[in-house]
Design a binder for this molecule. Structure first.
Ligand SMILES: Cc1cc2nc3c(=O)[nH]c(=O)nc-3n(C[C@H](O)[C@H](O)[C@H](O)COP(=O)(O)OP(=O)(O)OC[C@H]3O[C@@H](n4cnc5c(N)ncnc54)[C@H](O)[C@@H]3O)c2cc1C
Length: 431
């Protein structure tokens, strides 16, 4: 297995960051050993979480003032990618927890909050951060509802004001960590009598796992990322109070669109999966995979050419991805956002190419379930479809940003001037 020092210039890395990366190198081999059973049983990697918690990883991005490590977004991305090298499902779910903490951390620091919003937000952080730092709580982040890109329309799950708080009603699709977290970070829209649901009324609550009215439903037997236990949630009159708020009312739509890198945090897990596909291939060609006969397959020029291509693709992905996370900031420039979208696309598409090439290169025996590559291949297929930055959506956004100025985007006649005028139609329609 490669070391992070093989692909990052670590000369500018802080000591604390390096210590955490080295800690993952120690824990990782155990994650990799457990990954096969986690995948087979579609079971949550509980043991991995116990070890991550014991080693302080739950508080990675929590500010130092609150007892966390205060890692930057880039520093976190490198940790997520290292975890993903050993177990994709652990890294992906770990991101849901960390992303909840990132929002509490960075949205608060945004310059477009009013003093009143900041004051209210500070109180919420005082309640939420200690749950993790002192209580070891795990947060999930179930936003998706199925059937819609949740950045385009107000979230359907809703809350209504009642005495002493709100009641939440709704449905969440693919709630990773379902049944294995302490709090579900539930994003919903506050509904008011006679007013159509609006983005500006988006709320975010930490709903405790034992809240009456919260149910985990559905089946979880997917193709890949099986250890994420992403079942569905139903919320029926779930009561929440001011103390459960993760953000003041209206802060979500005011901040998140201006911090687009916050939505790219699913990529570290897949960057790690890509690295593991490459690492496995090298080990396999060298005849060094445990339990396998020590056959030297490096002697085939075709295999060497393929692994060279894998290295090139991986290096390209990592360079773009590293740049995007290093320059990530709120209120980015257009060029930075385009690089971020390109990085997201490169990772989510590239990971699949690498995993497919790894199977082709290693050959028939490598796709046996006794080896990790076939799991890596299945896991690699899941990244490109994760909202809000699916590969299709990245293509769509970049297709506009490359050829239009930003002030033209909303009025561009995108779908009306269509190549579809020359598309085949059945004769009856053409008549
Ligand atoms: C392993 C795994 C774990 C997950 N964990 C979580 C989690 O913890 N939290 C969470 O919130 N979600 C999670 N998800 C859900 C994920 O982010 C998606 O919401 C989910 O996969 C639904 O996608 P869909 O393709 O079924 O979308 P649909 O329900 O079919 O609906 C939206 C569709 O509209 C398309 N669309 C919207 N705008 C455009 C556009 N401009 N151009 C082209 N297409 C567009 C989208 O691509 C998408 O296909 C997880 C998914 C997986 C696979």
């Amino acid at each position: 297995m490669s070391s992070f020092e093989d692909y990052y210039d670590t000369s500018g890395f802080r000591d604390g960051h390096l210590d955490l990366l080295r800690r993952i190198e120690e824990l990782g081999p155990r994650f990799a050993t457990r990954a096969a059973e986690v995948d087979r049983a579609a079971a949550f990697p509980t043991e991995n979480y116990r070890e991550l918690a014991e080693n302080g990883f739950l508080k990675l991005v929590i500010p130092e003032d609150y007892g966390g490590y205060g890692l930057s977004l880039f520093e976190y991305a490198t940790i997520g990618a290292e975890i993903g090298k050993y177990c994709g499902a652990t890294a992906l779910t770990f991101n849901m927890h960390t992303s909840s903490m990132l929002w509490l951390r960075f949205m608060y620091e945004m310059p477009n909050l009013t003093p009143e919003e900041k004051q209210a937000f500070a109180r919420m952080r005082d309640i939420q951060f200690p749950k993790v730092v002192e209580g070891g709580a795990i947060f999930s982040q179930p936003i998706s509802e199925g059937g819609v890109n949740w950045t385009s329309e107000p979230i359907k799950t809703n809350c209504r004001k009642v005495d002493g708080g709100w009641v939440i009603n709704g449905f969440k699709k693919f709630a990773s960590l379902a049944g294995h977290c302490d709090y579900y970070s539930i994003v919903c829209t506050e509904h008011f009598e006679g007013v159509a649901p609006r983005h500006e009324d988006t709320m975010d609550f930490a709903v405790h796992k034992d809240s009456p009215g919260l149910k985990i439903v559905g089946e979880w037997d997917p193709m890949g990322m099986r250890g994420t236990t992403s079942l569905d949630l139903v919320l029926e009159d779930v009561f929440v109070s001011e103390d459960d708020l993760m953000m003041p009312a209206g802060v979500f739509p005011k901040t998140l669109p201006q911090w687009p890198a916050m939505m790219a945090t699913l990529t570290p897990a897949y960057m790690g999966v890509a690295q593991s596909a490459y690492d496995f291939t090298v080990k396999y060609l060298r005849g060094e995979v445990e339990g396998q006969p020590p056959i030297d397959r490096r002697v085939y020029p075709t295999k060497r050419a393929a692994v060279a291509r894998m290295f090139q693709r991986l290096a390209e992905m990592r360079a773009l991805w590293t740049t995007a996370f290093r320059e990530a900031r709120p209120f980015p420039a257009k060029a930075e956002v385009m690089r971020l979208y390109a990085a997201q696309y490169a990772v989510m598409e590239g990971v699949q190419e690498l995993a497919a090439l790894a199977i082709r290169t290693c050959g028939g025996q490598s796709m046996l379930k006794s080896l990790p590559l076939e799991r890596i291949y299945r896991d690699s297929r899941c990244g490109a479809l994760m909202l809000p930055y699916t590969s299709e959506i990245m293509e769509d956004y970049l297709s506009m940003m490359t050829v239009y100025d930003m002030d033209e985007v909303d009025s561009a006649p995108a779908d009306t001037v269509s190549a579809r005028v020359s598309m085949w139609r059945p004769a009856s329609d053409a008549a």
